[in-house]
Write a protein that binds this ligand. Structure first.
Ligand code: 1GP
Length: 244
């Protein structure tokens, strides 16, 4: 089954949870353990992010161990063609919608496009919308940052992406953001959008997760909470807020 179909089926059952793994933050072995735990507590998918500085060797090794330790789909989001790997189940093919630098809107993607197509890798087009603070991802990508109170601008970008044919819109507050995307913004976008909404950044507790879900997030992404001790329990409580 394709990952797109897997996600569509999961979404029919309720909110989907994604565990984000950054290969730059731990060894491949540790990434494999995180993925295994994520699957054990009920996460639906592992998303490996390829941020700048990621080497081909690190990516290949991380992919190998994660695939070895888990059976849920493992998806990759590249920043460009610097590090690619074909053992993932699919690629979130990203367009960073509100970037000033065309390299992140389509340039890097164009470098990877032909090879991804020739290798018959499943690609899922995802429109990323960076909302302040954006953290490191925002800084790195020269973003025309959307402020937390600008619901109209966020909705307009999201709907434009839907009209371009993106299958998912991903609202990103940035890794380790102090707070998640405001519930009011999620609600405002959701009202206008017909494709599923992914929300990530700054979600650390079950309360955060429930608020984001109730506001209309179809898919919730967490990353940082798995980087510290005791992550199994934190992840478990987040999953129970999403799946009850
Ligand atoms: C997912 O980048 C985020 O969209 C991950 O954010 O690390 O704050 O969970 P956290």
């Amino acid at each position: 089954m394709s990952v797109a179909q897997y996600l569509t089926d999961k979404l029919k059952l309720g909110t989907v949870h994604i565990t984000l793994v950054d290969p730059l933050k731990q060894s491949a072995e540790a990434a494999g353990r995180l993925a295994q735990t994520a699957q054990e507590v009920g996460s639906d998918l592992i998303l490996v992010v390829g941020l700048s500085g990621l080497s081909q060797t690190n990516l290949l090794e991380t992919a190998r161990v994660i695939k070895d330790k888990s059976t849920i789909p493992v998806v990759y989001t590249p920043s460009g063609a610097e590090a690619l790997c074909f053992s993932f189940d699919a690629v979130f093919f990203p367009c960073f919608l509100n970037c000033n630098n065309a390299r992140f809107v389509c340039g890097g993607q164009s470098q990877a496009s032909v090879i991804l197509k020739r290798m018959e890798i499943e690609t899922i087009p995802v429109g990323y919308l960076m909302i302040e603070p954006g953290m490191k991802i925002g800084d790195a990508k020269d973003v025309n940052m959307i402020t937390r109170d600008n619901y109209w601008q966020a909705s307009s970008f999201a709907v434009a992406a839907e009209l371009f044919g993106m299958q998912y819109i991903y609202l990103e507050a940035g890794t380790s953001a102090a707070q998640p995307i405001p519930a009011g913004m999620i609600r405002a976008i959701k009202k206008e959008l017909s494709v599923p909404l992914i929300v990530g950044g700054g979600i650390r507790t079950a309360v955060d997760a429930r608020r984001v879900r109730q506001a209309g997030a179809d898919v919730v992404v967490t990353g940082t909470i798995i980087e510290n001790a005791g992550y199994r329990e934190r992840l478990r409580s987040i999953l129970s807020a999403l799946k009850d």
